[in-house]
Design a protein around this ligand. Sequence first.
Ligand code: ARG
Length: 553
Amino acid sequence: MEGEPPAVVVPAGRPEYGDYQVNGIMGAAKRARTNPRELAANVVDELELGDVAESIEIAGPGFLNIRLKPAFLSAQITTTALIEKTTQPQRVVVDYSSPNLAKEMHVGHLRSTVIGDAVARTLELAGHTVIRQNHIGDWGTAFGRLLAFLDEVGDEAAQDAELRDIEALYVEASERFEKDPAFAERARQMVLALQAHEPSAIAKWEHFMALAQQHMSEIYARLDVSLRSEDIRGESAYNEAIGPMIADLQKQDDVLVESDGALCIFMPQFKNKDGEIQPMIVQKSDGGYLYHTTDLAALRYRRDMLHADRVLYFTDARQILHFDMLFAASRLAKITDVDVLLEHHPFGKILDKDGRPFKTRSGDNVLLRDLLDQAIERATTLIHDKNPELDSDQREVVARAVAIGAVKYADLSKNRLHDYTFDWDEMLAFDGNTAPYLQYAYARISSVFEKGNIDRTQCSEPPRLETEVERQLAVHLLRFQEVIEQVVADARPHYLCSFLYELTVRFMRFYEQCPILSEEPPIRDGRLTLCSRTAATLETGLKALGIRVLARM
Ligand code: ARG
């Protein structure tokens, strides 16, 4: 019924309460003006859960606690870890990473890259068609400065300027721009030359872009990020589309309004602190376009050419207003219909242990390439201490998976809306909610199969679930599908991290309390099934997060 509170069935808060808890009854009773406990009793009478539930208890003011039957759990267990594809697949555009390439990739690009990639992979796992879009910043005044500066240092130097120097070059170029009016003029001329598509300026720009994109792909490869060069569609790709878009907008009444020579969209819901409407400027009085002009053109492209049903954007929280205005303008100007879902998924900052923005000692941005070097160095030492028997090739593979996994997981496991503290020791710890803890559990399970010389994929004996730790593990395994669906709906990978962590905790309890290989066949094989489903779930789940598992660590 319209407005009726949903019947909320959630995993029980504590094992003593059973496995699942029904929360919607109190709300329903209030509306129906009846006694909630009486209503709960009626619900219990009506429920047909005979094959599923062992007990249904009414608790507190009108909760229901449900405990599942071991036979039901046991029968379900062999299909866990296999995600059922959605029956309503969508075309989902995921706009993520999208760095501004006038600068070398630094830690400020990490969250969008890692979170966006995990969400893209999870959407695919659930059966959606994902179209990755790397909306790189590759156009505008910053490139005028940079190219004017490269011109000055001479062609040869520019050729040699490996990207490692770009950060320094950009800083120097910006200083020159501030201090040297003649240089500032040359930089402005360069922007004009680019806009006019002058071949020599475009050639310089292309040369620089090739270098910058090369660097970007190297970082993605090291980070195991699934963005490919065909996913790049930068700001410059929309240059040609903006003019026709503005012409189309002008054909509609009341969308574009001229104000002080600029073309603006006025939306009454966006006011500045003095209560005046803050317009969205689509074209400046000098004819120039802005960040959101390009984004409007990108939305048209995503609707017309990519046929998007849903568009997700991952940027930090400073861009919330930008996207609010963009989405509202896009609806107003009928660029996207209400049936195209537009979602901005913002995230907080990365802080150091003292709660300050995470920077180098000298106060610069931490470059991603340095950060990854350091992660691998630390993981290599760690793995060497943990397992000195690994030969150096194996150690390299393990260290890399652990390092990258740790950096990504530290970010993914936190609610993305909050700021998070970057802490090497914490993210590389082998216990707690970390990637190494999960990877290590996976390696342990693999070693059980190796020791027993058993093929993990051939385990199908239903487990007996006679002990409580086994039951708890089985109940949790059954939740994988629902967790994946939650990540798909809310674009919050930390749900999946929490699920995998809790799975590992439950597995370790089982592993410590229940012998496996030494048991007689039916018990042994049933327990192996639990091991096999746990390993498969860890593998699929971590893969959806962009993290590798290893059979040996
Ligand atoms: N390049 C932008 C930045 O670094 C992020 C772009 C996000 N995507 C978009 N379509 N606006 O802040």
